[in-house]
Each structure stands twice: as structure tokens, then as C-alpha cells.
Design a protein around this ligand. Structure first.
Ligand code: DGL
Length: 270
């Protein structure tokens, strides 16, 4: 397989761009193709079989139409329900997201860890198995956050309505003296400053984007797919499903703030 081929990335919307940023930071000469499944956001409220169906369809598109050499499922919810199926169906490296519970336990001083996730991830057997594996003397508090992904998708990360919603979802963590929060959804990185403001500066917030980028790097090396020589940085194409067009470039700009990714929005699909 040719090393110049792109890395396919997908999420239900723009949250996974936080992962694309980490990938671009670590592997700047790789070409990226990102699918935002905007027509089906949020995945967290969809039935399991629908999430699996969407994940397979998008991966098929990224592999067969766009010749992706590896896939990053930049969505905890899609990973929880469909990663096994994708790995069975596609013969290229498939990297998924998982709430960073183990790193959180290393950081926590009182072993009280909160996991902020979508409704889907919260009730997945994948998450319960993960937490069970790390139980020991730890206490986990899982908080589903309906409505939060849709609010973040607008690309405004600090208005009053959002503040109130996040405050409500953090109530239980506060009550239980949680000192470390795992961001179990790729959208939630964008509200990290809000969480910090509500919980206070001593809270530790754990994210997964960089670890996933490192895991992708080692898979590319292992399968001899890593691009080593290039005169320029890689290209980034963003493809949306459905007909969301209004202000889309401006919204994407907000999600890519702080990175030097130059992107092109391609035709919508699906
Ligand atoms: N970014 C997705 C995740 O990490 C959001 C899922 C959703 O659309 O509800 O879970």
C-alpha cells in the first residue's frame, strides 16, 4: 500500500477534529480525510445498530472511495459499539477512542474519578468492562450528557446556556468530591475551560487525543505505512454528510483554533 495515501478519520460531527489536530501535530506530513457525519449527529442518542451501520458505511467510503491506509474512529460512542465489527470487516489499521481511565487513576489523589460521556457510551458494555477492570479502590462516577454534543457542534464554547448545561452535568461530580475528570467524548475537549471554571483550578482533566495520535503513529510504523519524506505539510479534506452548509467554514475554524491545519471542505456525501 502506498504511504502517500490518506488517513481516514470520522466522528458524528466536528468534535473529532480535536483528534485530527493531535494527529496533525504529531504527523504533519500525512494527508487527512475527515468525515463529519453531521446528518446523524448526535450518535449518543442513536440505537446501537444505527451507530454500527453508520460506522461501516463511512469506513467503506473512506477505504474504498478515498483509499485510506488507516482509519481513526475519532468518536468514543462509535468506538464503543462498532470497533470490533470494523476490525473484522476491514483489513487496515483501525484505531479507536476509549475514555482514559488508567491515566486518570495515576493522576487522581483521592481515587474519585468522573467520566463525562454521551448517553450511548455511558450505557455501553465496553465502558462498564473498562471501569470494572480498573475498579480496585477507585470510585467511578459516569455522567451521561444529553444535549451537550449538539450544543458544542454550534462552534461556540462559552455561552451562558452551555455553561448552565455543563454546570448541571458536573453537579454529581462536585457532590462526590471527584478530583479527576475523564473526557469520554471527543467534543468535550472544547469545553475544558468551562469545566475548569465550574470545578475549580485543582481539577485534573484527562483527554485522549494525543495518546490516539501516538497509537496511530506506531500502527503506521508497524504496517510500514508511515510517510517519512515530504517537502510540504499534508492536506486536510473535510467532508460532511447531509446538507449542513450555513457558516460551516467559520464553525470548523473554531474547532481547529490553535492548529495550523489548512482545510478544504469537499462535496457533501451520504
Ligand atoms: N464525539 C462523539 C464521541 O466521542 C460524540 C458522539 C455523539 O454524537 O453523541 O462520543
Amino acid at each position: 500500500m502506498h504511504k502517500k495515501l490518506p488517513i481516514g478519520i470520522f466522528d458524528s460531527g466536528f468534535g473529532g477534529l480535536s483528534v485530527a489536530k493531535s494527529i496533525h501535530n504529531l504527523l504533519p506530513i500525512e494527508n487527512l480525510i475527515y468525515v463529519a457525519d453531521s446528518a446523524f449527529t448526535p450518535y449518543g442518542d442513536l440505537p446501537e445498530n444505527e451507530i454500527v451501520k453508520r460506522s461501516i458505511l463511512i469506513t467503506e467510503f473512506l477505504v474504498r472511495k478515498k483509499n485510506s491506509k488507516a482509519i481513526v474512529v475519532a468518536c468514543n460512542t462509535a468506538t464503543a459499539f462498532s470497533i470490533n465489527e470494523l476490525r473484522k470487516k476491514f483489513n487496515i489499521p483501525i484505531i479507536g477512542m476509549e475514555p482514559a481511565v488508567k491515566p486518570a487513576l495515576k493522576v487522581s489523589l483521592n481515587n474519585r474519578v468522573g467520566v463525562l460521556a454521551t448517553s450511548g457510551t455511558s450505557k455501553s458494555t465496553k465502558l462498564s468492562a473498562l471501569l470494572e477492570n480498573h475498579l480496585g479502590k477507585a470510585r467511578f462516577y459516569v455522567q451521561p450528557c444529553p444535549g451537550l454534543v449538539n450544543a458544542i457542534e454550534k462552534g461556540i464554547f462559552d455561552d451562558v446556556k452551555l455553561f448552565k448545561l455543563v454546570e448541571k452535568y458536573l453537579e454529581n461530580f462536585k457532590k462526590n468530591d471527584v478530583d479527576t475528570i475523564v473526557l469520554g467524548c471527543t467534543h468535550f475537549i472544547y469545553i475544558k475551560p468551562l469545566i475548569q471554571k465550574i470545578m475549580g483550578s485543582s481539577i485534573s482533566i484527562i483527554e485522549t487525543g494525543e495518546a490516539v495520535a501516538r497509537q496511530l503513529q506506531s500502527k503506521l510504523v508497524e504496517f510500514n505505512l508511515k510517510e517519512y519524506i515530504s517537502m510540504s505539510t499534508g492536506s486536510t479534506k473535510i467532508i460532511l454528510t447531509g446538507d449542513r452548509k450555513k457558516n460551516v467554514t467559520h464553525v470548523i475554524d473554531q474547532f481547529l483554533l490553535g492548529s495550523n491545519i489548512e482545510f478544504r471542505v469537499e462535496q457533501s456525501w451520504g
